[in-house]
Design a protein around this ligand. Structure first.
Ligand code: SF4
Ligand code: SF4
Length: 362
């Protein structure tokens, strides 16, 4: 596909033109926390660089709390004020500008789970209207990572700092300009039809982008081969290694709340009076002890050992089994956020070593 470029100083024009048709979300830092916030044409535009934000953009499509419907005396109706933070009637179109490649890959993984049928190898069969309504017609502008963080390991997981999976347009920071590459039909259409302040890239721009990419890729640590991790985990359910891995975990769930691929949720009714109220969906986490506590008081995952095993099994075994890929994109947020320095890369290596030891003993 042809490559284009846009001057950084003209990004505001591009974002303004997007806001005429889309609700536009960009990475913004506020009170020391970076996350994606909606901008309008009169918003001040912060500098947008490649960004692995503190909070992933999954909450744009899958809000932390959302009203599914309200009920009154036996009748149900759509929420009167659909989620105030991410109000999204079906007709709203969403554009995300400046997501990192790993976060964008996470959208493709969650598409499989929530039933968006686009370029998927496997699909859960379940269709989540709330996710699908927001994802349909969404336009994703990814900015590749010129400077991966020391906690990034996307390259272990079929990804990389400039991977295109899930993107409509991939931007590469080449100095005064961004190189812009359409990666989908929607991306191509957007470039063709919107009269943007964009021009064809010259050979020198493409060469510069290639150098930037090579430099970024070279800063990542050597990838660990995890192709047989799923099979390894098949045999480790009862292994005492889970005690060793989980002993310091506090079950705080920071890792799963900030994970772009974690999607556990709870459904709750909030009563507002006699026979009226609303049903809401809220994020939940398999790292909480209440997550699996039954009404009888029995809990099949009573300690952090069982909960950690579940988290790892889900990402590297069940996800592969059910949806055809690992349920981790290597963004490193769980490493950055864990108060006791749990490092999922070390967990993976520990599991690999245990499996190797067992194989050698046979
Ligand atoms: S498990 Fe950790 S590294 Fe993997 S996607 Fe989730 S937060 Fe990122
Ligand atoms: S962030 Fe760390 S301590 Fe908290 S639940 Fe996750 S692994 Fe455990």
């Amino acid at each position: 596909m042809a490559a284009f470029k846009i001057k950084k100083k003209r990004l505001k024009e591009l974002i303004d033109s997007l806001t005429k048709e889309y609700r536009v979300f960009i990475p913004v830092e506020s009170d020391g926390v970076s996350s994606f916030k909606e901008v309008t044409s009169d918003s001040h535009l912060p500098t947008i660089n490649s960004h692995n934000t503190d909070r992933p953009p999954k909450e744009i499509f899958f809000p932390q709390t959302e009203t599914l419907f309200t009920y009154k005396e036996g009748k149900i109706s759509p929420p009167e004020q659909p989620n105030t933070k991410y109000r999204t009637p079906n007709t709203d179109k969403i554009a995300i500008f400046g997501a990192s490649p790993c976060d964008v890959k996470s959208f493709s993984l969650l598409d499989r789970l929530f039933g968006m049928e686009r370029n998927v190898a496997k699909c859960s069969g379940y269709k989540d209207a709330y996710w699908i309504n927001r994802r349909t017609n969404a336009l994703i502008f990814t900015i590749g990572c010129n400077y991966p963080l020391s906690t990034c390991f996307c390259n272990w997981l079929n990804g990389g700092p400039f991977t295109k999976e899930g993107s409509d347009l991939l931007l590469t920071d080449i100095g005064e300009d961004f190189l812009v590459e359409p990666c989908s039909q929607n991306g191509e259409e957007f470039i063709k039809t919107k009269g943007l302040p964009i021009q064809k890239a010259a050979k020198v721009d493409i060469k510069r982008a290639s150098t930037v990419r090579k430099e970024a890729e070279s800063t990542l640590s050597e990838p660990v081969d995890i192709t047989s991790l799923k099979e390894g985990l098949d045999t480790l359910w009862d292994n005492p290694v889970w005690n060793e891995i989980a002993y310091k975990c506090l079950s705080c769930a920071a890792c799963s709340y900030l994970c772009p691929t974690c999607y556990c949720f709870d459904i709750q009714d909030e009563r507002a009076g006699n026979a009226r109220g609303k049903r809401i969906r809220v994020w939940d986490s398999c790292m909480f002890s209440l997550f699996t506590k039954e009404a009888s008081g029995h809990n099949p995952r009573p300690s952090s050992k069982e909960r950690m095993r579940q988290r790892i099994m889900h990402k590297f075994n069940y996800f592969v089994e059910n949806l055809g890929d690992f349920g981790c994109v290597g963004c490193g947020r769980c490493i950055r956020s864990c108060p006791v320095n749990m490092d999922i890369r070390e967990v993976i290596n520990t599991i690999k070593n245990v499996k190797l030891t067992i194989s050698n003993e046979k």
